[in-house]
Write a protein of this length. Sequence first.
Length: 96
Amino acid sequence: MTEYIYLTHPLREGFFEEPTAKESATMEEHFQYLKQATESDIVILAGPCLDETFGIIIFHAENEAEACDFMFNDPAVKNNVMMAELHPLQISLKGK
């Protein structure tokens, strides 16, 4: 198992200030997708930056293909609300 991180950035300027109804619904689906993956021990950590610049998702996957599949099936990415950038990650230190 390898750890991966993907960063999410909104595709539309003004997303944080005035999300559309579609964007709000998609972000709820995004949250539920990641919540279920957390409960299944796939996601290690997920959340948005409080300065409204990007979000991060750190998760386990068997390989890069599986990691891409997980990222591209995220409703926020799949529905073109967020763009995503995937990177393999080596966790060197981890707290409780």
